[in-house]
Design a protein around this ligand. Sequence first.
Ligand SMILES: Cc1cc2nc3c(=O)[nH]c(=O)nc-3n(C[C@H](O)[C@H](O)[C@H](O)COP(=O)(O)O)c2cc1C
Length: 362
Amino acid sequence: MTTPGRKLDHIRICLEEEVESAWRPFNDLMLVPRALPGIDASEVNTRCRFLGKELAAPLMICGMTGGHPDTKEINRNLARAAQEVGVALGVGSQRAALEDPMMEETFSVVRDAAPGVPVVGNIGAVQLRKEGPEILDRLAEMIDADALAIHLNFLQERVQPEGECWGGGLIEAIGSATRGKVPIIVKETGAGICREDAVALVDAGVRIIDVGGLGGTSWAAVEARRAEEKGDQESFRLGRTFRNWGLPTPASVVECVAAGAEVISSGGVRSGADVAKSLALGATIAGSALPLLAPATKSAEEVAEVLRRYIRELRTSMFLTACVDLAELGSAPIVVGGRVREILDQRGFETKKFAIIRDISR
Ligand SMILES: Cc1cc2nc3c(=O)[nH]c(=O)nc-3n(C[C@H](O)[C@H](O)[C@H](O)COP(=O)(O)O)c2cc1C
């Protein structure tokens, strides 16, 4: 199947089917509520800088689409909303535009509609290794990118009958990409990034990691559905088995921060409260994809409404935890429970240090 055809399948399935992981790891976390906030709600300031530009809140629309004529309007709506509200945004894999330059405008529409916010390009790590770092300038120029995201998606590729599962040589390819003109972000797409891999990425020169952890869109579930539609029983079973595979997003945030990366928390971020929890664990900003897809098929205003809800919930979380700005939120006490705590404890992280009064723990 061609790249544009596959992209449309993905969007249709994400819009029509239940494709999220069964587990909501952010529910294992609790910010410590303050009955006496000591500040007024109106004083809360969520502004920050990301990739050299100012944002109204530490929020990003994660890369989803482009690459088929029908996706241009979706990207335009996402971009208009990002510009209006003041958040960062990514595009989906630009591979389709490398294969067919006619597809470029389905991506470049984003920069036209969002001239003032950070825009992040996107290409698969396997594609990068195949084509070489020369493609990066072209991808960046296409959308006047502030950064390029190199995505890792081996769970998805493994379940896809046409998937490309060449995992060798990627660190070298990513390392050479970091020596180019545009900042590089490495992102997963729903299975998370552990400390071992984050250390290797940081050593290779990557500064920013988007964890893309477990807890939201499951690409094993999406590909299982595609396989079912095509009557491919083997891939269907494989996708079903691995639907909940991955490192949960909050755990992946802790692991990547420990490796010294600047971290984007994504994968199952479904509210501003999840954004607040992410920042309390050390993330710089948080990103969301699936909840913005259906609104983007309708209008920019519907996308903006979802973004404004996230910001309202973030501001509320900050007020109720006595955090006047994002620096304070970064050290707000947060209790890690349930399976997220089990995972982090077993992995050797001291989860209690997040929960006790930070003045004592530092
Ligand atoms: C319809 C759709 C298409 C996506 N396409 C891409 C892509 O081309 N490249 C990429 O890096 N991630 C892609 N993603 C993954 C998202 O960027 C994100 O990592 C993932 O969906 C987890 O976030 P969520 O749980 O908020 O959806 C896509 C997600 C969706 C929902």
